[in-house]
Design a protein around this ligand. Structure first.
Ligand code: C5P
Length: 224
């Protein structure tokens, strides 16, 4: 992509995990480090974009020249995303959003019940943030991520269609030294071919490389 290819564009990126409180001291979450989303933010900034990074709880420094909003839960992340949408041109959902949250967060620390070996937590579905973005009127160009441990292509295609994404970046998180928490990542990009007879899915493979390089390659692909 040429320098300044994203000048004047507002790119909004979600990154990291969300954390869903169980009680005042415990939560449900996942192993997302936020590194991929932060690398995308830097790559978009380097192409001249105005970048808003909406980050779950991660231990990463804010890259220079990027507007960052910190959130904890999926519901908070959705609110922060919604606030950016009026001016958003490109939305990249890189966050590993928890699919469920507690139906009720306990006001006080849950206590072990003597003689009761099982504990049941009631969960309710979280909002699908990226689907909320694409199902609006006049949605931005939207890129999603799919972290899978098997049947990468099938799940990626399914998400592309169901979430109405323009592009999906599929990662094999079962691969050693790649994906979740790692410094390197590999991906297969899927998108529909507009006006194709059966809207077939096209794919493009990005071999293993540092997340910064993968982020740059993704924008190269989007902005040749
Ligand atoms: O369905 P799955 O979680 O695998 O989909 C992954 C994609 O959807 C990612 O782009 C992720 O950021 C987004 N997502 C979301 N809100 C959710 C769940 C996933 O934005 N509640």
């Amino acid at each position: 992509a040429t320098p300044g290819a994203l000048a004047g564009r507002h790119v909004v990126i979600t990154a990291g995990p969300t954390r869903e409180a169980i009680d005042p001291v415990r939560y449900l979450s996942n192993h997302s480090s936020g590194k991929m989303g932060f690398a995308l933010a830097e790559a978009a900034r380097d192409l001249g974009a105005h970048v808003t990074l909406i980050a779950g709880p991660v231990s990463l420094a804010t890259p220079e020249g990027i507007t960052r909003t910190d959130v904890i839960s999926a519901v908070e992340m959705l609110e922060a995303v919604n606030a950016t949408l009026p001016s958003c041109d490109i939305f990249i959902g890189c966050a590993a959003v928890a699919d469920y949250r507690l139906a009720e967060v306990a006001e006080h620390k849950l206590k072990k019940v003597p003689g009761s070996p099982d504990l049941t937590l009631n969960l309710v579905e979280n909002p699908d943030i990226i689907a909320a973005v694409t199902h609006r009127e006049d949605p931005p160009f939207t890129v999603g991520f799919a972290a899978e441990t098997r049947e990468l292509a099938r799940h990626a295609h399914d998400k592309l269609v169901r979430k109405r994404l323009d592009l999906i970046v599929a990662n094999d998180v079962a691969a050693p030294n790649l994906g979740f928490g790692a410094d390197d990542n590999a991906a297969v990009l899927y998108h529909l071919v507009p006006n194709g007879p059966e809207d077939p899915v096209a794919s493009y493979t990005l071999s293993p490389r540092p997340k910064q390089d993968l982020a740059r390659a993704l924008f190269e692909y989007l902005l040749p």
